[in-house]
Design a binder for this molecule. Structure first.
Ligand code: ADP
Ligand code: F6P
Length: 453
């Protein structure tokens, strides 16, 4: 078997014990553990002024070679902050009103994709299979093809793909869709995303691309995560959190600080719980871990300010001198500790307004004690919802629905929790990071064979 070459904007630093918050890095690190040899190429996370071609830094760790390039501050702004996160991100999360298009950002996006292609080319070897990840790099396959690369190239989109009625609002929608036909296989998270992308391809007259679209939901490594949760249980941080709870119930939320995660609506749902079910006042605590993400992008800065205000208002209105309703952290927590927090929590509150998949929901299930599992309240608009149907599914825009689901979760008897958790756990174990990458790569291999037959 040849090498697997992964290309993504965000590449974890192999020397760092903690991976960056974000589903892509977490799932790929889990998936790559099965590979014999692989190359992971992408942005180093550094901004450096340079002219001409960037310097490629190479580092090997276990069986993975990491090759990374920096971005100039101007590229970081145009390609990453603005086109990827100020245009494609809101568009793909159905938030047209937040999309701020400029032609120069589109040009920067294309230039950086060309730079990625040129820097990757000399690193490629015969027999490689290339797997490009996420919306930062839609046009990369076409650029590699233009440079003569004939290797199988697959793509996976970690975020939702919107319907044509929204996607057509992007001025270069047609160019992006045309470029996508250069892939031998395009993976998306859900059937809904697949139908949306196929519709766009069909309308653009790119019928050859339609049969290359595949729904292939991503997962975690539930066995490893469960072990981490058990190990964390005896650790200092979990002991401190447990002691601070005085045997009262804990609700947990864990998300990058992103407007797609529905944090404001979620806090309002929790406030509604305290108003409509006052028996929980003075008892329940909601711990929200929300590390700052993309803090240079205006919408993210505004969101942070808004959340500070909302949380301050709710805590001010409901707190007692010996009880705080919301505990809020905007820094990352090591995953090993996080796993123990999930295990301790009676309820996980996962209510994105839209989400490609949402690995936090799967991590929470994997971390539970089978003899006394907690309950999951999940947005029906998360990519994980079609799989995790035994969760308490809610509309994330409906504060009353969130309050009712929280009340149901907090008062559910152990037998009902166990019954739901068992079915959810079976689901999380059937679609893992391993099955995700194996299913996708097998289909990519078959697509390659069909092409040469
Ligand atoms: P996204 O990819 O949009 O960030 P996901 O829920 O799919 O959303 O993935 C988030 C990943 O990042 C999960 O694996 C989660 O454990 C991790 N993560 C989120 N918040 C934190 C945090 N505060 N500290 C450490 N890891 C985090
Ligand atoms: O999983 C979706 C995703 O956008 C990844 O592509 C990305 O790495 C992650 O969220 C975190 O975002 P960022 O890389 O911008 O910090």
């Amino acid at each position: 078997m040849g090498r697997l070459v992964i290309v993504s904007n965000r590449v974890p630093d192999p020397r760092e014990r903690d991976q960056p918050a974000g589903g892509l890095a977490v799932a790929l690190a889990d998936a790559l553990r099965d590979e014999e040899s692989s190359l992971w190429f992408g942005w180093s996370g550094q901004q450096v002024d340079f002219e001409g071609d960037p310097e490629v830094a190479v580092d090997s760790h276990h069986k993975v070679t990491y090759a990374t390039i920096p971005l100039t501050p101007a590229q970081h702004r145009g390609y990453y902050q603005r086109f990827s996160n100020g245009i494609l991100w809101p568009l793909c999360h159905y938030r047209l009103g937040l999309m701020n298009y400029t032609k120069s950002d589109w040009e920067s996006y294309q230039d950086v994709n060309t730079m990625f292609a040129r820097a990757l080319l000399p690193l490629l070897e015969p027999g490689d299979t290339i797997w490009i990840q996420d919306y930062h790099l839609f046009p990369l396959a076409q650029m590699l093809r233009d440079l003569g690369v004939t290797a199988p190239i697959g793509f996976f989109l970690h975020i939702p793909f919107p319907p044509w009625s929204l996607f057509r609002a992007l001025p270069p929608a047609d160019a992006l869709l045309r470029d996508m036909v250069a892939y031998d296989l395009i993976g998306v998270q859900t059937d809904e995303d697949a139908e949306n992308l196929k519709e766009c391809l069909r309308i653009e007259g790119l019928d050859e691309g339609v049969s290359r679209v595949m729904a292939c939901p991503i997962g975690i490594d539930p066995v490893k995560f469960g072990e981490e949760a058990r190990a964390a249980w005896d650790g200092e941080e979990v002991a401190r959190l447990r002691d601070s709870m005085h045997a009262e119930p804990l609700i947990i939320g864990v998300d990058r600080l992103d407007y797609s995660k529905g944090l404001e609506e979620r806090f309002l749902g929790y406030e509604r719980l305290l108003t409509r079910y006052p028996e929980h006042r003075g008892h329940v605590t909601y711990l929200q871990v929300a590390p700052v993400s993309r803090g240079e992008v205006e919408e993210y800065r505004l969101l942070r300010r808004q959340l500070d205000e909302t949380i301050g208002r709710i805590n001010g209105a409901f707190a007692e001198f010996d009880w705080t309703p919301i505990r809020y952290l905007t820094r990352p927590v090591p995953r090993t500790v996080l796993a123990g927090f999930y295990r301790l929590a009676d309820v996980a509150l996962v209510t994105p307004l839209r989400d490609g998949m949402n690995l936090v929901a799967k991590e929470y299930i994997a971390a539970q004690d089978p003899e006394n599992p907690g309950a999951l309240v999940l947005s029906h608009l998360a990519g994980a919802a079609p799989e995790l149907t035994e969760a308490l599914l809610v509309n994330p825009h409906d504060a009353d629905a969130i309050a009712d689901a929280l009340h149901q979760a907090l008062t559910m008897d152990k037998a009902a929790r166990k019954r739901r958790w068992k079915l959810l756990d079976a689901e999380v174990r059937s679609t893992t990071a391993g099955t995700w990458s194996r299913d996708f790569l097998t289909a990519l291999h078959d697509a390659g064979k069909a092409k040469t037959a």
